[in-house]
Ligand binder design. Sequence first.
Ligand SMILES: *Cc1c(COP(=O)(O)O)cnc(C)c1O
Length: 414
Amino acid sequence: MSTTKRDITNLIHHAYTPPAGFDAPQQGVFKASTVYFPTVANMRQREWKDKSSYTYGLHGTPTTYTLEERLCSLEGGAQCVLVPSGLAALATVALAVLHSGDEVLLPANAYGPNKALAEGELRHYGISHQLYDPLSPQDLASKINPRTRLVWMEAPGSVSMEFPDLPEMVRLCKARGVMCALDNTWGSGLAFKPFDLLGDAPADGESGSLAVDISAHALTKYPSGGGDVLMGSVITRNPALHLKIKLCHMRLGLGVAANDAEAVLRSLPSIDLRYRAHDQTARALAAWWQAQPQCVQLLHPAFAGSPGHSHWQALCERTPGSGLAAGLFSVMIDARYSQAQVDAFCDNLKFFRIGYSWGGPVSLVVPYDLASMRQSWPSHLKQGTLVRFSSGLESAHDLIHDLNQSAQAHLPVA
Ligand SMILES: *Cc1c(COP(=O)(O)O)cnc(C)c1O
């Protein structure tokens, strides 16, 4: 029998509703563009700027509201906006708070695409930028001028891993009345609390006496943990600032997919365990590198001698031995090895795959051309070829064995 029109309508307007009271560890995947209103009057009353109800898929579902609230708990924030990538989080902050004629300051070791955003889009909108030395709060202070509206910070910086004096830089911005935004991807809300930089918050979930204004996070990394989701968040503690970001986000039409939000929700309960495991493995690998003659400099903020190590200690290690660090570090390979030798070393690793991003189960390696990433070679970095490693969840023993076999074959010690 063929399907009648009435049958199809019944499929769409079915009388059945499942029993209320389903309760389980995960919230479930709520998917929607359209959200129903029982009446027109109800539709007109709905508030779309907060989580008091639902209005449209782009503005939130039970799945995305739940993820936003849990991310606020992770980072110690009060409000959260979800965006489709970490880079979209950085761009959303810029578009929400910067206007034509403003200037944004970025650390010289900033995440490359954030610099590219400033050099490309922002410049075309009449927004200028300057780079500051992340290891010199004085340099940052000297670059703040009447047009400075926003200062980006990273702790540590991407690739070269210098750890700045974050509290001092935030204090400086507050004193000068400039908004400060942290790219908190490395710390993930675990190594330190961006809204409680001095560790003096009166209670869990409250703000401390020194806090960044905005924390942007590439959820793509540790919150996802799988190397399979792209997402970002923008977290604040100031309702007016949040509303400004939220309105910009709504006007730009940025949404995240329900299945992706659910994947991150599923990974969040294990983030602390995973972060600690990545950290331990990275430190074992870094310690191995430190003993190798091919390594002229180890760039890992938890290791003495790494640029800004004392700032990492002050911020992340309130009691000796308790400090956490992400599973990310770089090694400067002696300049006597050619780029071809370093590339061959990377190509012949078995467990380290060649690829961008980090925070997933698979260890990754990328050689970087640092000279092309900086205006000049930083004086605190030795000459050589920089290789960045990101530890996965494999056994550290197997990973060290892998490094050793490829180094012996391709980076011979004279
Ligand atoms: C990966 C990363 C981003 C961007 O995240 P995507 O989701 O890949 O866009 C931003 N900042 C830092 C520090 C990152 O490592």
